[in-house]
Ligand binder design. Structure first.
Ligand SMILES: *Cc1c(COP(=O)(O)O)cnc(C)c1O
Length: 413
């Protein structure tokens, strides 16, 4: 394969149909940001929107803002903006709570919809909070529900008549390995197994087809590829035919049919709204809306094509420039089997990442030994990948990671 130089990367940037989207974001000078899969960058529109919300809507209009500024409709309005990103109808998606809480609510709803079965199936690569939620729910239900974990490659084969619900994260947060959602949904359906997908590393990074592939339930994250800001609210999806049949366990007043009757008995609202719990966090929702608006007019097929091209470029450049320094590719080399990130194992992964960050190349580290680089097609350039790999080469060649300050662990990695 011919070697690639920086000029070739610049030429790719000139041909990139998504290049104009970069100005929608604030990106600090001197930083190459390869961690938008953990916390999306700040949209340029967000600071002004939040200032207006706080000073005018809240400051001047006080409680009248709930009606006057449509605050009360935010969970549905934002859900409708997420729907096209995940292949759902506008009335199948709701923005509320955190991903963890939404896993709990929907897993419980799925178990209630498949009452003869007790088994929750997941894979050993799933994100821990999803597994913890399942363990906590099983303990709370106290009716012999249990969680079984199989390796990711073993999920298809394990789908059988004893499984109530299969709960999977489509794209593995560590390796970027991607499940075949269409195939799993089809096989699950043929065995009477319900599906619950976590789209934390899919929504906004690639097209998702929840309705077309027949998914039952899904959750996703607002602060990763959706650019909603730290701790942004999450979203949930409930296929329309389940909305009035599956019961979620947290009877909050925002899920009540008539919250302002202040009735002492719970009666669920119709449709997706019954999956709301309490008062929506209006300021966080406004920030998330700015994040969602960065997708206005964006073609998700182009997002996916660029995401894979960025990943392929990184893999090739690391092969070219960093061979012999102890890195081994931990992600699927084939794009179709990969999400929007590339990970490498390295014996001193944590310190290598700290040394990269000190030089302005921000990725992250995932235990035990993974360097993780995420690709956000709306604001990354091909030349950024070239520059990042050049820095990686320097850090490894000069063994900068040996410096003691790069070995001190912070609370968040
Ligand atoms: C980031 C992430 C979460 C985060 O859940 P929170 O409740 O927002 O902390 C959950 N699941 C997956 C797969 C994630 O990647």
């Amino acid at each position: 394969m011919p070697t690639i130089d920086r000029a070739a990367c610049e030429a790719m940037d000139r041909d990139d149909p998504l290049a104009p989207a970069r100005v929608r974001f604030h990106l600090p000078d001197g930083v190459i940001y390869l961690d938008g899969n953990s916390l999306g960058a700040l949209p340029r529109a967000t600071p002004e929107r939040l200032a207006r919300l706080v000073t005018r809507e809240w400051g001047d209009d006080l409680i009248t803002g709930w009606n006057k500024h449509g605050w009360v409709e935010l969970p549905r309005r934002l859900g409708a903006k997420i729907a096209p990103l995940v292949g759902a109808q506008a009335d199948e998606v709701l923005v509320c709570d955190s991903t963890s809480l939404n896993v709990f609510k929907l897993l419980s709803a799925a178990l209630s919809a498949n009452p003869q079965r007790r088994l929750i199936l997941s894979d050993s690569g799933n994100f821990p909070t999803d597994l913890y939620m399942a363990q906590g729910l099983a303990a709370l239900l106290g009716r012999d529900h249990r969680l079984e974990l199989v390796p990711p490659e073993g999920v298809m084969e394990r789908l059988a008549e004893d499984v109530a619900v299969v709960m999977l994260t489509e794209v593995d947060y560590r390796t970027g390995r991607r499940h075949d959602m269409a195939a799993i949904n089809e096989r699950a359906r043929s065995h009477g197994v319900l599906t619950l997908w976590d789209l934390a590393h899919s929504a906004g990074a690639m097209p998702v087809e929840l309705d077309r592939t027949g998914a039952d339930f899904a959750v996703g994250c607002g602060y990763k590829y959706l650019n909603g800001g730290p701790g942004a609210p999450a979203f949930l999806f409930v296929a329309r035919h389940w909305q009035d049949r599956a019961q979620q366990p947290l009877f909050g007043w925002f899920g009540h049919a008539r919250p302002f009757d202040f009735d002492t008995s719970y009666a669920p609202r119709d449709g997706i709204d019954r999956f709301q719990v309490g008062t929506p966090p209006v300021i966080s929702m406004a920030a998330l809306e700015c994040g969602l608006d960065t997708f206005a007019g964006i073609d998700l097929q182009q997002v996916r094509a660029k995401s894979l091209a960025l990943g392929d470029l990184m893999i090739r450049l690391v092969e070219q420039q960093c061979a012999g320094f102890g890195l081994s590719l931990a992600s699927p080399p084939a794009g179709a089997a990969r999400g929007s990130q590339v990970s490498y194992a390295h014996g001193h992964g944590y310190a290598v990442m700290q040394a990269l960050i000190a030089r302005g190349v921000i990725g992250d580290f995932r235990a035990p030994d993974l360097l993780r680089f995420g690709f956000t097609p709306l604001y990354l350039r091909f030349a950024d990948i070239w520059d990042a790999v050049a820095v990686l080469r320097t850090v490894l060649m000069q063994e900068e990671w040996r410096r003691p300050e790069f070995h001190q662990r912070a609370a968040v990695t």
